[in-house]
Write a protein that binds this ligand. Sequence first.
Ligand code: LRH
Ligand code: MN
Ligand code: MN
Length: 388
Amino acid sequence: MTIPQETLDVLARQRIEVPSWAYGNSGTRFKVFGTPGTPRTVQEKLADAAQVHKYTGLAPDVALHIPWDKVDDYAELRRFAEDLGVGLGTINSNTFQDDVYKFGSLTHSDPAIRQKAVDHHLECIEIMGATGSRDLKIWLADGSNYPGQVSIRARQDWLHESLSKIYAQLGAEQRMVLEYKFFEPAFYHTDVPDWGTSYVQVAALGEKAMVCLDTGHHAPGTNIEFIVAQLLRLGKLGSFDFNSRFYADDDLIVGAADPFQLFRILFEVVVGGGLDEDSPVAFMLDQCHNVEDKVPGQIRSVLNVQEMTARALLVDRDELRTAQEGGDVLGANSILMDAFYTDVRPALAEWRESRGLPADPMRAFAESGYLARIAEERVGGSQSSWGA
Ligand code: LRH
Ligand code: MN
Ligand code: MN
């Protein structure tokens, strides 16, 4: 098959941001397996991330997590990244690992702790100035484990108050995205559990605040593409954290657990203008590679998004509309499925080559010997793990 030129034009401007933490070791509460060559510093994480962009042309930006990626001089880190051919992207705040936040951060009942959490976000905004980042991503572990433990209602008000203070410090070109997650680490209630809560909170702030949709953060069976359609309709879909899951927040490779779901999500992105040139939607990975090699895991991931984007763009939307409006249930369904079942891989391989990229980035990376090289070079020091 050949991919139409207008589809290739969209694909040519696709950018998928990769997370610095994907290159560190990660695991479950049972075990973290170490991998030889795992980065020991932020700079080594950036070097690994640059490989993903080098072989795919898809991942020019790397997201940082503060304080996991804390350095003294962010402007210098930015130059370091740029020398490697990548930029620094979204800044992720972190109020989920300090003892002081045991009972909450931006929603804590103690104003002093809320202020401490606000101050952390203000520091993140300062970092964004030095890194040239547009987005501040906020995900809160805040919640409770037992009914009656906290005031659910009061915490929504405190959340609004805290977010307002952070929002007020955003620069003209900066944005805030608020990520929701239905449970974990809190098991009874979570302060930002769903897109509705995130939407209500960001809508109360203003235009520069939007929702972040992490594909692994919903109850099983949730129709995620519906949420995508709704948020795009409301102009409030700010960003995606892509990953896939079988059970909970598994953080597996995007498109691995349920490729069809990824297709359906990306189709709604296309329909809602999320891939248009002026689209506000940022596409990011948020994954952990527990048992597979990390750099190839990231390469596989961005390719999965590219392949599924191509298929979503192939849907004949005029024909689909005709079938839908004519009440042709099975006809409409088969128009969608035809695109989903189209194997775009050979055509994408050719297109990649025509742009000076390897036809098969997975193979080209494997043949480069990079993993063996870093395993030899990166001895001593301590490997970074999910987090530090
Ligand atoms: C929370 C989350 C959030 C964090 C990341 C490490 O589950 O998805 O985006 O910043 O994991
Ligand atoms: Mn996430
Ligand atoms: Mn998550």
